[in-house]
Design a protein. Sequence first.
Length: 136
Amino acid sequence: MATSKFAALSQSKCPRCRVGKMFEGPVYGFKRQRMLEYCPHCGLKFEIEPGYFYAAMYVSYAFSVAEILSLGLATAFFTRSESPWTYIIVIFAAIVIFAPFNLRYSRLVLLHFLSPKVTYNPRYEKSLSENNEPNK
Ligand SMILES: [Zn+2]
């Protein structure tokens, strides 16, 4: 069965085969997350061109604006605070807490949705299940 784009994105899988992992380690944890250079399954080089992930900054920026706006509005709604420090503390904490999430998902969104050069190819996904069948 083909993996959906959303499932592949949320599980941080390779955009071409949707099987290989793009990142090592969890988003949140004691071990630092690390992006792999090549897909361990289909061999796709994730950084298509040198500096390709600079473009992920724009995606990350959109993520940050959405997070800060919604948290700022939620803070205003629930605390009814007029002190700027309430907002500064909440927004600063949000920036730090969401940083690992933004790093990973901005790159994933860039490769899955905004890179016309990288397309899903079910052929790569199938070759895994065929190779695995005799071992089961
Ligand atoms: Zn792959």
